[in-house]
Write a protein that binds this ligand. Structure first.
Ligand code: GCU
Ligand code: CA
Length: 478
């Protein structure tokens, strides 16, 4: 959503979490690699109890006997390895641990575990590089290795995502469409879920008279997005009047879909039991009695906008911006949602308001103990997204790709099939792997639905010809 929009209050003319399991090799940040899938210098046996998967690696009894795993890392960093083993002999079975051929730890002990049915975990931290890493345990005594069941890897700090991202973009996929009572010049601010085999996309639409409203479209495949009809949500109980910047999600505890959106000086929600019926949304209910004092005190010449709800197991958080360099966060309990949101606090501030502008997104990264924050910034070269990560949904946030030289997504790290149709990578959303309030995305499958526009377009901000395009990450290490 952009500046100035709130000033134009012209009536518009008349989201169950997908359980993402840690797949060996798919996402190394919190993954289990079974020894039966590794290179085992011996046999895969299953003649004792207590192992995981289909068996364990029983190496030959000799010096140098090994098991070697290949693990994938989204970025350089440190992995804590948990090696599950059994040693029913009466002496340690020490091993050298090498990473990518270089000795990382010598003589990891693998002490006796009492019996071959008794398992223990040895923990070791090792450095890893981006992409594939070989992790090899090699026996240093004639007994060979202990029996090895699996390798668990957990990233110590850092991020599951590469520290530098590359994308390719489609051309424009979603266009304005008008009817007898809606003269639409742009589609903006998309929110998207994939549910029951279809993409369900909610957008802001701007009319030729500069009024903002909401619309919905649905399709099975991106190739059909351009021909999908726009359903104007002023035909539901949401009604007419300024509405913009929707966010959709399924609130699993109540088994209802929520649509949140800005209504001028506040944020409101509507709900439905049927996502596919755009006429079924309930009348707007504001989250706040009024614009909170901390926003009034800090927004300067900006406006309070771009509301983003995301929940963990116990709490829901609402992020928002003010076009004045402040990122706000408010919170309520999962049990009280949508009620009980606290006064916001300032979660992040930048004295250059363009550099921390609006359009904040927060996601949970599947398979990693990690959240991703993205915020839109204005640069001379166009709109870009900056990014941070945290182990907590409420921060603190550590920079991931947050500079002009190394942005999360910008014209500079996006390739287009031919001439770039846009210089702006503006207000959008990642494609989620689930539908629920946790806003979970698969870090191995980053796709970003965004708004862009003809680089030569000019004129009033509210009449800029925004269209929607889709970015796909091209340098995923998974
Ligand atoms: C026994 C046991 C094996 C083990 C071996 C060893 O043969 O059954 O599972 O690997 O001892 O000493 O290495
Ligand atoms: Ca053995």
């Amino acid at each position: 959503m952009g500046r100035l929009a709130r000033l134009v209050l012209v009536p518009v003319m008349a989201m169950v979490a997908a359980v993402v399991l840690a797949v060996p090799g798919a996402n190394a940040q919190s993954s289990r690699y079974e020894a039966e899938d590794a290179a085992c210098d011996g046999t895969i046996d299953a003649n004792y109890t207590g192992f995981s998967g289909r068996g364990f690696c029983n190496t030959a009894n000799r010096t140098g006997a090994y098991v070697q795993f290949t693990v994938h890392s989204g970025a350089p960093g440190t992995f804590t390895l948990g090696i599950k083993y059994a040693n029913g002999s009466s002496a340690a079975r020490p091993a050298d641990l090498s990473v990518n051929g270089a000795l990382a730890r010598s003589g990891v002990a693998f002490e006796p575990t009492g019996s071959w049915n008794g398992w223990a975990v040895a923990n070791v931290s090792v450095p890893v590089r981006e992409g594939a890493n070989t992790i090899r345990l090699a026996a240093t005594t004639a007994g060979g290795l202990a029996n090895i069941d699996y390798l668990d890897v957990v990233r110590a700090g850092g991020s599951v995502l590469p520290s530098s991202l590359q994308w390719s973009s489609t051309g424009p996929l979603v266009f304005p469409k008008s009817d007898a009572t809606h003269n639409i010049v742009s589609v903006k601010d998309p929110s998207v879920v994939h549910h029951n085999g279809r993409y369900h996309v909610f957008v802001s639409v701007v009319s030729a008279n500069q009024g903002y409203g909401l619309a919905y479209l649905s399709f099975t495949d991106w190739s059909q997005a351009g021909s999908a009809p726009l359903h104007f949500l002023d035909r539901s109980a949401i009604g007419s009047g300024y509405k913009a910047a929707p966010q959709v999600f399924y609130f699993a505890p109540q088994q209802r879909w929520y649509l949140t959106y800005q209504i001028g000086d506040n944020v409101a929600y509507s709900t439905t039991a049927n996502l596919a019926d755009p006429t079924s949304w309930s009348a707007p209910k504001p989250f706040y009695a009024d614009t909170p004092q901390i926003v009034l005190d800090n927004m300067g010449g900006g406006q309070w906008l771009d509301f983003w709800t995301v929940c963990d197991a116990a709490t829901c958080h609402m992020y928002s911006s003010d076009d004045n360099g402040n990122l706000y966060r408010a919170q309520t309990s999962l049990a009280r949602f949508p009620n009980g949101f606290s006064e916001p606090v300032i979660a992040m501030h930048d004295p250059n308001h363009h550099w921390l502008f609006e359009g904040a997104n927060v996601y949970r990264l599947a398979g990693a103990n990690e959240y991703l924050l993205m915020v839109e910034a204005i640069t001379a070269g166009g709109r870009i997204f900056r990014s941070w990560t945290s182990s907590s949904i409420s921060g603190p946030w550590t920079p991931l790709a947050d500079t002009k030289e190394n942005p999360f997504a910008a014209r500079s790290n996006v390739t287009f099939g031919g001439t770039a149709w846009t210089n702006d990578i503006s207000h959008g959303e990642l494609i989620r792997s689930g539908i629920d309030q946790t806003l979970t995305v698969d870090p191995c499958d980053l796709r970003f639905l965004y708004q862009g526009k003809d680089p030569n377009a000019s004129g009033p901000y509210n009449l800029l010809p925004w269209r929607l395009g889709l970015l796909t990450q091209t340098n995923s290490p998974c």
